[in-house]
Design a protein around this ligand. Sequence first.
Ligand code: FPP
Ligand code: MG
Ligand code: MG
Length: 355
Amino acid sequence: PCVAQEKTETATLIRDDLKRVSPGMRRMLGCNLDHLQDASTYYTLAQGKQLRPSLVLLVSRAVSLLNGINRSVASERYILDCNPALLLDGDVLPSQLRLAQITEMIHVASLLHDDVIDLATHRRGQVSGNIAFGNQQAVFAGDFILARASTAMARLRNTRVTELLATVIADLIRGEFLQLRNVDEKGGDALQASFDYYLEKSYLKTASLISKSCMAAAVLGKAVPSIVQAIGEFGRCLGIAFQLVDDALDFKSTDGDLGKPANADLKLGLATAPVLFAWKQFPELESAVRSNFQSKGAIEQARQYVREADGVRKTEAWAGQFIVKAKGLLSSHIPDSPPLQALLDICDRVITRKK
Ligand code: FPP
Ligand code: MG
Ligand code: MG
């Protein structure tokens, strides 16, 4: 098929399941307190990228396809003898659709809290939850979403999946906690340590949810351990690439493109990858990085160094390396099929996205 047909196929593959994600989340957030229900469903009513539920649904399809092949190998039939139509039509289990919803609920809960902490004004093209409902209600709404996500998790009755997702919540908080500083205090080479610290933080605040929700989809689909591991590593690489691109976009985009304020990270005191690359070239940036750009003129100086050091392009190139690794992991573990092509397509879109 031509590229256009493949793209259409990719889009239709999970379209119907994806349509059920937000309404399902809203049902789980039903409550007799109208204000609490309004605040907690607020971000489910705006158009997000739906990256995480899409990945969960596609990994579910890929695993069901693999199981089909394994079953036919077990029954001593040659793979080539199998009816490809049967193999490729692996369904998403109800538990995996629920997992896609739980994953997005954890994400949305973290966004409500994040927007309070970051004093945000906009998110997903509308005013952010802290502005629409105030800090107190936004925090309670995030807590409530986590509570309902936990109930839904318990109902999956799978301790491995519960453990994976509970670990994600701890990771989100650990990532945010690390982000309170730009430089690890361990000593040694401060620049190298800061790159390592940044990668660890990016894993915890972004890649962990992507990685472990994909692993959970594979666990629910009864994938063999080596596949669960490979899918987890794929999610780690894709998630870190996603955060690198996010940090590059903060420097090069406009509010209108992003649906949230651009040029926000330096104002929040954060030294993201573009700044670390600038520091590598201009060692005099170190004190501003250490003091979270609080002194007069520090933000403009950092912006200038990022431009001169080509920090955004270097960050995008680094993201590209993680994407190559993510795609390699997929291609070496999942046979060529519509879900594989759709996952590879998402990898490319993470790099080329504008918001
Ligand atoms: C967005 O990052 C936010 C996160 C990746 C995670 C935020 C996590 C917490 C606030 C910990 C609490 C967690 C839960 C589950 C309640 P960003 O601020 O870099 O990006 P942005 O530009 O989209 O705001
Ligand atoms: Mg934040
Ligand atoms: Mg934020």
